[in-house]
Design a protein around this ligand. Structure first.
Ligand code: AMP
Length: 282
């Protein structure tokens, strides 16, 4: 059956209230659309585990910086609808920006500390926009379980903290990163890459894989592992390292020696397109 599409909060509530009253569990997959296999894997996880699957498709203006790609971010709604239908999604919430941010909107969610590092340092205000829109989606949909991708590791960490700090009554599920056959993590932004950039974009995965292998052989020194990543990226045509970070999974603060659970995260410009990826160690 084709998913029901709703564009207003009132319609979403009208569709969801009977579901909740019938005692059925609700799964939410928040997205910005341009859906790919990564998103589909979240929809499938929700389909398996909950009775009623909601996908939100909203290119959230407040998480884009002034010089970012808000206006050119892809919005292929018909294709997205087909993906949702294929994955047996029940409801698509697809609001206009003014529905989410009406005139006079002035309340923001900030997850201090966590929001300022790494992606937050390069993209000031980004996580404030993410946390705010996700909390609004949680309040609108009131899911029992919400699904996110490990691909955006800092985002998931921040949202988990928000859920804990603000007592949001739901469970978070973090699903594994889905990759192309050559290792490139699926991303809606991959379509900005030209053929040459696409070919070389595997450097993110290859650098992470090299770290994983060195770590498995016993290398625990973050400085030396970072040097391997820098060398690999600088040898790749068109690639420029924004950052590579070896961080504690909880605090996201840098680690010198990887003697407890760690996350390796990196951001690389391929031409003008900025790509991110990460790997939990061990
Ligand atoms: P986005 O539409 O980029 O905001 O992403 C929506 C959700 O899909 C987020 O929870 C992302 O972490 C997740 N996601 C994006 N790419 C992937 C991927 N390659 N594998 C798994 N999840 C992903």
């Amino acid at each position: 059956m084709a998913p029901q599409i709703v564009r207003t909060i009132a319609e979403a509530r009208a569709a969801l209230t009977p579901v909740r009253q019938a005692g059925r569990s609700i799964g939410l997959v928040p997205t910005m659309g341009a859906l790919h296999e990564g998103h589909a894997s979240l929809l499938r996880a929700a389909r398996k585990e909950t009775d009623f699957v909601v996908a939100s498709i909203f290119v959230n203006p407040s998480q884009f910086g002034p010089n970012e790609d808000l206006s050119r971010y892809p919005r292929p709604f018909d294709k997205d609808l087909a993906v949702c239908a294929r994955e047996a999604t029940d409801l698509i919430f697809h609001p206009e920006p003014a529905e989410i941010y009406p005139a006079g909107f002035c309340t923001w969610v900030e997850v201090h500390g966590l929001q300022d590092r790494w992606e937050g340092a390069t993209r000031p205000g980004h996580f404030r926009g993410v946390a705010t829109v996700v909390l609004k989606l949680f309040n609108i949909v009131q899911p029992h379980i919400a699904y996110f991708g490990q691909k955006d590791a800092q985002q998931t960490r921040i949202l988990e903290q928000m859920v804990r700090d603000l007592n949001v009554p739901l469970e978070m599920r973090i699903c594994p990163t889905v990759r192309e056959a050559d290792g490139l993590a699926l991303s809606s932004r991959n379509q900005y890459l030209d053929a040459e950039e696409r070919r070389h974009a595997t450097v993110l995965y290859q650098a992470l894989d090299e770290v994983r292998q060195a770590y498995a052989r016993g290398e625990k020194d973050a400085g030396r592992l970072a040097e391997r990543v820098r060398t690999k990226v600088s040898a790749t045509p068109g690639a420029r390292l924004d950052y590579v970070a070896f961080v504690d999974r909880d605090s996201l603060l840098p680690m010198d020696t990887l003697d407890s659970p760690c996350l390796v995260a990196l951001a690389v410009f391929m031409g003008s397109t900025r790509l991110i990826d990460n790997l939990p160690l061990p």
